[in-house]
Design a protein around this ligand. Structure first.
Ligand SMILES: C=CC1=C(C)c2cc3[nH]c(cc4nc(cc5[nH]c(cc1n2)c(C)c5CCC(=O)O)C(CCC(=O)O)=C4C)c(C)c3C=C
Ligand code: FES
Ligand code: FE2
Length: 432
């Protein structure tokens, strides 16, 4: 693997010895991939680096595609959101009854969920936050990784606009694929991998890739001219993610009087999963637990803590303990100082703003002592963490994590089989 230096350091090397800058850099294996034209610039120390927001590096442009479930932007969008959600066999497997039961359940559920979105201001803020996070992250990446710049931000939602098919069509219209190749990174915004969330988004991305791209090319270089995909599929213990969560917890703990502070119970809360999904071998509970433990390590285990699970839907068995009952039970035991920490979401939405704030805390009878840590939203530490994850991924030359290629022991899905084969089999730009 070639040793690669950022442009700023190459510039310093050239400035120190402008006349003979090119040959030694090449012979050292440094900048082996940097085109001659760029090296010529390096040998002229008085010129400034040709790195601007829109400068194209030797490997750019790069599309960064944030994957998430999305949410209804207005109460009018709730019906469509729920009907897509209940049609997703990766999230709610209803087998041959999917086409009949899915629309039936979603229609029946819509009025109740409309009221919940109305109570949080009329819609989910998930699109606003996702677009903001992706745009800001791409600005940082342009500086951190000039060779893959410009980094172009895209959001692909599973159940709400902008839907995966819409975003895929936009990528093609923007000059990726269509015989031109180009690089895109599918970046899941679920830090912990579940086949019902990230897995579903990747299966959907693969489906639209087959429908919209098929096989283009072949081109002169033997490649087929389709988009070259790689995936950031999980990041449960990334140091920046852990730091952002830990800081938000410290800020919330600071609101308690000093003499009570270290006895406050930290209640980490993650969206639950049906037991059938867990017994299939889904990696999500283990990865959520890994995040919780990493955050507690960063906090030096300052407080007692538990992990509980929220947002169960329907009558089947789900992983517990439930967040709402855990709060009630601690209060009944006399433990009224509690901080709730949403640990599996990166922005606010109905599960934080309605379920935790209005139902769990609002109805606890102790809204003054039961509090919630801020969601990550526009937190700059979090956005830097996203940029660091992307930079490391781009540098690594890998197409996805080793975990991505492995299916759950109980998986029977052909969608998983095909999409995992595709994403794990993509070859990314090799480091010479
Ligand atoms: C890590 C996050 C999530 C997991 C895991 C997850 C699993 C999961 N969800 C359902 C069913 C529903 N989820 C709904 C809303 C919703 N779910 C998540 C996240 C995860 N879901 C979020 C962020 C949201 C809210 C979106 C927003 O407001 O922006 C809903 C719709 C609301 C409702 O009807 O209650 C359903 C239904 C299942 C079945 C499942 C695991 C298999
Ligand atoms: S359900 Fe986990 S890989 Fe298919
Ligand atoms: Fe959900």
């Amino acid at each position: 693997m070639a040793f690669r230096l950022p442009a700023s350091q190459l510039c310093k090397a050239a400035a120190a010895n402008p006349a003979s800058a090119i040959r030694p850099l090449r012979s050292l294996g440094i900048a082996r991939n940097v085109p001659q034209q760029q090296l010529r610039w390096l040998a002229t120390p008085t010129s400034s680096p040709p790195v601007t927001r829109n400068a194209t590096g030797s490997k750019g442009p790069t599309a960064i595609v944030f994957l998430n479930m999305g949410g209804p932007a207005t109460t009018d969008d709730v019906g469509d959101f729920l009907s897509r959600l209940f049609a997703d066999g990766d999230l709610i497997p209803l087998g041959r009854l999917q086409g009949y039961l899915g629309p039936f359940i979603s229609k029946r559920r819509t009025p109740k969920i409309i009221k919940q979105y109305a109570a949080i201001g009329g819609g989910s803020p998930i699109r606003k936050w996702s677009e903001h996070q992706c745009e800001e992250m791409c600005k940082l990446l342009d500086k951190m990784s000039p060779e893959t710049a410009p980094h172009k931000p895209y959001v692909a939602f599973r159940y709400a606009a902008p839907l995966t098919e819409e975003t895929y069509a936009k990528l093609l219209a923007d000059g990726f694929g269509n015989g031109k190749g180009g690089r895109a990174v599918a970046f899941t915004q679920y830090p912990q991998y579940s086949c019902s969330t990230t897995g579903s988004s990747l299966n959907e991305l693969w489906k639209w890739r087959q429908r919209l791209e098929g096989k283009a090319g072949p081109l002169e270089d033997g490649k087929d001219g389709t988009i070259q995909w790689s995936v950031i599929d999980r990041w449960p213990v990334h140091a920046g993610l852990v730091e952002a969560f830990a800081k938000n917890i410290e800020d919330k703990l600071a609101e308690y009087p000093e003499e009570r502070r270290d006895k406050v119970v930290l209640l980490f809360s993650a969206h639950s999963l049906p037991m059938s999904v867990i017994n299939r071998g889904d990696p999500y509970p283990a990865e959520v637990a890994a995040t919780v433990y990493a955050v507690m390590q960063r906090l030096n285990f300052s407080n007692p803590y538990r992990l509980c699970w929220q947002s169960q839907v329907g009558p089947s068995a789900w992983l517990g303990p439930q967040t709402a009952t855990s709060v009630e039970e601690y209060i009944a035991k006399g433990q009224k100082d509690l901080v709730l920490i949403p640990i599996a979401f990166t922005s606010d939405h109905i599960e934080t703003l309605y379920e935790l704030d209005q139902e769990v805390i609002g109805e606890s009878g102790h809204a003054d002592t039961v509090k919630r840590a801020e969601s990550l939203n526009g937190n700059p530490i979090f956005i830097e963490a996203l940029a660091d994850l992307a930079k490391k991924h781009l540098d690594s030359g890998i197409s996805c994590s080793a975990q991505m290629g492995l299916r759950c022991p109980g998986c029977k899905s052909d969608r998983c089989l095909e999409s995992k084969k595709f994403f794990a089999g993509q070859t990314t730009v090799p480091e010479a």
